[in-house]
Each structure stands twice: as C-alpha cells, then as structure tokens.
Design a protein around this ligand. Structure first.
Ligand code: C2E
Ligand code: MG
Ligand code: MG
Ligand code: MG
Length: 278
C-alpha cells in the first residue's frame, strides 16, 4: 500500500515512515521474546524522607537489555508495549516481582516501608486490574497499606468515568495512589479530588529541569501549596543537588527521590542501602 486517497488528495507514504514502522515491529517482537524468556528486570530507586534522609519507599522501574546487550530505556519501549497490548501482561509481572521483592525485605524494612509501582493507562483501564492487583498482593503476602500505585495524569483525562470503579476498589482496599509527573499534564483540581489521590509526585522538570525555579514563585511551590490545601503527601522527583533538597523541604515537601540520594539500583544493592540505615 504505497498511497492512500484522502479527500481527493494523494498522500504518498514517506519511506522513512515505512522504515520506522518496520523498526517498531521488530522492536516489539524482540520485546515479546525478552518478556517470555524473562529478560526484563526491575531496578529500585529509594524514595527518602527529605528531612531525615531515611528511605521510606522503593519505586520499581522496568529495564530491558536486548540481545545485543544494549539498554533500551522504558520511555522507548513502554509506549510500544502499551499500543500492542503487551503492557498488561508485563505490568502484572512487574507487580508480582515488586511484591516478592518487598516480601524479601520484611526482616529489614520498617513497618511503613512502601513499594511503588508504575501502572500504565492501558493496564489500569482493564476491568480486572483491581482483582489482579489484590490476587498478586495475596499470593505474595503483601499488605495493601505498603503498596502504592503511580498513575499519570493521562489516565484520568480521557477515561475518568471508566476508571472510577477501579479507583474506588483500590482505594478501599488501602492501597495508596500517587499522581506521577504532576504538573506536566492537564488534570484539574476536581479530577484530583475524584481520583482518591494520596500523593503528588512533582515532576523533575520543576525540580532540576532547565529553568526550574525553586522559590515561592515557582511551579513546585504552587503545587506544594495546593497539596497542603488538599491534605496530600508530596514527593519531589529528580533531586540532584543538596540545594534542591533544602528548597523543597522548606517549601513543605515531605519526600523526595533523585540522584542526590541514589540512582535506581538492582535488588541486592537496594537491600544493602536499607540495611545500612537499620
Ligand atoms: P517515572 O515513573 O517518573 O520515574 C522516574 C524516572 O526518573 C526514572 O526514569 C528514573 O530513573 C529517573 N530519575 C530518577 N531520579 C532522577 C534524577 O535525579 N535525575 C534524572 N535526570 N532522572 C532521574 P526511567 O527509569 O528511565 O523511567 C522512565 C519512565 O518509564 C518512568 O517515569 C515511568 O513513567 C516509566 N516506567 C518505568 N517502569 C515502569 C513500569 O514498570 N511500568 C510502567 N507502566 N511504566 C514504567
Ligand atoms: Mg513513577
Ligand atoms: Mg515521575
Ligand atoms: Mg516520568
């Protein structure tokens, strides 16, 4: 199919687009293979109390190293996995792997230590998302109060009505919900309210991004004021410098994550970090 008729105009496919489409297909089949042969893995990044520096949670981050040994960043393969529907199965694997990891830490983690998992839009929209989540928690012996799911604003915008039952069930079970990358989307105050959100994660664009202002006029300050009014907890993302930690703390942010504290690390390394603070 070299051309398509569009309102009488002839639109020729750009060979570059054809190549890009073929590349995506190829990448998707490699991803499928990597997934079935258990070559995807998780890294964990500490979330810390900004005042004390103590680790309060771990965020699970998906990783893929392909056959050539090349590392493919999640921002590149997750959208592809979402479009193809593969993300639902991968997401369930992420959940179970992260829960088993949490369970493995039970001797060294404090009572309120949480595991945070990213949940994609397609995954969250599946009608059986909540039952699968509950089953995974039960199978792995994990308390709902120690589980946090991170959603992005896009989840809410185009399907609020559709996701309400799931949100209700998840929240009722005692799982907490964090709004990831907050400030980069378009969610309104009313949406935030309806989503049963417990935490806002302030996107790193407003913490360490180019032109970010960590002062009373900045976006981070505005979000933190909003969070306080709505009684929401907050996590600053992408903290790379001590000055950023200090500024966020002064503006009322309670937790943070970023290279200043630790990059995402393998499970064993995370365990060591946690042991150090026992
Ligand atoms: P996110 O959930 O906002 O995760 C934070 C991202 O910021 C991670 O990138 C992390 O490595 C990076 N980061 C943390 N601290 C710093 C810092 O101080 N400076 C800088 N420059 N970056 C920092 P990563 O691991 O590449 O993940 C990218 C995105 O991919 C995540 O953003 C999340 O949206 C998505 N993702 C990762 N794992 C999963 C998963 O299991 N499921 C789903 N649905 N999405 C995932
Ligand atoms: Mg996240
Ligand atoms: Mg984020
Ligand atoms: Mg992000």
């Amino acid at each position: 199919q070299a051309k398509r008729f569009n309102r009488g105009k002839v639109v020729f496919y750009d060979p570059k687009h054809v190549t890009a489409a073929r590349d995506r297909m190829q990448m998707l089949s490699q991803l499928r293979q990597a997934f079935t042969s258990e070559r995807l893995f998780l890294m964990y990044q500490p979330i810390v109390n900004l005042k004390t520096g103590r680790i309060t949670a771990a965020e699970a981050l998906l990783r893929w190293r392909n056959d050539n040994g090349d590392f493919i960043p999640p921002d590149r393969f997750i959208p592809l996995a979402e479009q193809s529907g593969l993300m639902v199965a991968i997401g369930e694997w992420v959940m179970r792997t992260a829960f088993r990891f949490l369970k493995s830490l039970s001797a060294i983690a404090s009572q309120d230590f949480r595991i945070a998992i990213n949940v994609s839009q397609t995954q969250f929209r599946e009608p059986d998302f909540a039952p699968k989540l509950f089953q995974a928690m039960e199978d792995c012996g994990v308390e709902p109060s120690r589980v946090e799911i991170e959603l992005t604003e896009s989840v809410a915008i185009d399907s609020l009505e559709r996701i309400k039952p799931t949100l209700g069930a998840v929240c009722q079970a005692g799982v907490s919900i964090a709004m990831d990358d907050f400030g980069t989307g378009y969610s309104s105050l009313s949406v935030l309210h309806q989503l049963h959100i417990n935490r806002l994660k302030i996107d790193r664009a407003f913490v360490s991004g180019p032109g970010c202002r960590l002062d009373s006029q900045g976006i981070a300050a505005t979000v933190l004021q909003l969070a306080e009014k709505l009684s929401l907890q907050t996590i600053g993302e992408g903290i790379e410098e001590e000055s950023q930690r200090k500024a966020l703390l002064e503006m009322g942010c309670t937790e943070g994550q970023g290279y200043l504290f630790s990059r995402p690390v393998a499970a064993e390394a995370f365990e060591k970090l946690l042991k150090k603070q026992m």
